[in-house]
Design a protein around this ligand. Structure first.
Ligand SMILES: Cc1ncc(COP(=O)(O)O)c(C=O)c1O
Length: 341
């Protein structure tokens, strides 16, 4: 690409895409003085995407503005989704459906958190979504159950749309290219420079940020913390999103695996969906030093990663760092036992 785009130019280009309005933007950027002191090094800011609105907020709000618009454009009347039983995506999808006058049909994994109607499962129900449980090992094995659900809805004369599959993910990621533009504006208004951004991401958020970073001519280091170890190659999946974003925006950009830093080291010993001791410590540190709740499955573990990189000197003490808070607060209630020890 010859010339980077300005934030305004990026917004004009993205405004050409179908979008529904679901959230409150820009989200706040808060300096965290006590966390900065506690970590004893870099200046820590928090980008509050837990405050995006839409049923307790979170990163899915930005993504759904674009993917739900695809469903609207396709004439859908039911939004379909599926993931782990306590999925934040499913809860926000159910809220998005309600706000657009659509139905929501979910199929979630019958897992260690599916027996109680707590946290996101409770909220799905309150939002009017129908929830089925699939006896599969992980969310990666849900494709057949999702397809069955789609087929059944079609046979009932409905027009279902499967949201956040790989063929629409790049539209969702546009929301995070816009988040990068928000950060650029917020830092330039403060007269400061952003060195490193840390975020929990395994599919959509980080590629969107990487895209925004490049297209706006920034060279912020973006460190993703994976919440899950996929059976597929995460970098290849991110590159697929980046390539499709480039295509949709009609730009001449190339991304390679070297553009992606995503660490699977903080998923914890029991893997996806189980809190880790370090994540819970990070959760308490952030709550007690700033009065901000992370969650035990995504953002708490990602913050533990940030703290570890500071300890190891891989995030330098002279850096200005943003932790992008991706939400997940309803999980606190589903994981109350693990958190109250
Ligand atoms: C709170 C929270 N943070 C981070 C993520 C990761 O988001 P993504 O994989 O879309 O980047 C999720 C996904 O479910 C989430 O719920």
């Amino acid at each position: 690409m010859a010339q980077p785009l300005s934030c305004a130019e990026l917004r004009v280009r993205i405004a050409r895409l179908p979008r529904v309005s679901l959230g409150h933007f820009p989200t706040p950027l808060d300096f965290c003085p006590r966390l900065t002191e506690a970590l004893g090094g870099p200046r820590i800011f928090m980008k509050r995407d837990d405050c995006t609105g839409l049923a307790f907020g979170g990163n899915k709000t930005r993504q759904l503005e674009f993917t739900v618009a695809q469903a609207v454009q396709a004439g859908a009347d039911v939004l379909v989704g599926g993931a782990g039983s306590q999925s934040n995506h499913c809860r926000q999808l159910a809220a998005a459906a309600a706000s657009q006058g659509m139905d929501c049909a979910l199929v979630v994994v019958k897992d260690h958190k599916s027996s109680e109607k707590e946290g996101n499962l409770l909220l799905n129900d309150l939002l009017g979504a129908t929830v089925r449980f699939a006896e599969v090992d992980s969310q990666e094995d849900l494709n057949e159950a999702k397809q069955d659900l789609m087929d059944r809805l079609v046979s009932e004369g409905r027009k279902p749309f499967l949201v956040m599959q790989s063929d629409v993910r790049h539209f969702g990621a546009m929301g995070y290219a816009l988040c990068m533009a928000e950060l650029v504006d917020q830092f330039s208004n403060m007269g400061e420079q952003l060195d490193t951004l840390v975020v929990c991401s395994g599919t959509t958020t980080q590629p969107g940020l990487i895209f925004g970073n490049r297209i706006l001519g920034m060279d912020t280091r973006i460190i993703g913390m994976a919440p899950i170890v996929w059976s597929h190659d995460l970098k290849a999946a991110f590159l697929d999103v980046l390539e499709k974003m480039t295509g949709v925006m009609d730009l001449d950009l190339t991304f390679t695996a070297d553009d992606i830093i995503n660490l699977a080291s903080y998923v914890g010993p029991r893997g996806y969906g189980y809190p880790s001791p370090e994540g819970n410590d990070a959760f308490r540190l952030v709550a007690r030093s700033e009065g901000i709740f992370l969650d035990p499955i995504y953002s708490g573990k990602a913050f533990a990663g940030l703290a570890d990189l500071v300890r190891k000197g891989q995030i330098g003490s002279n850096e200005t760092v943003v932790f992008l808070h991706t939400g997940g607060s309803p999980l606190l209630f589903a994981y109350s036992e693990e958190l109250s020890v």
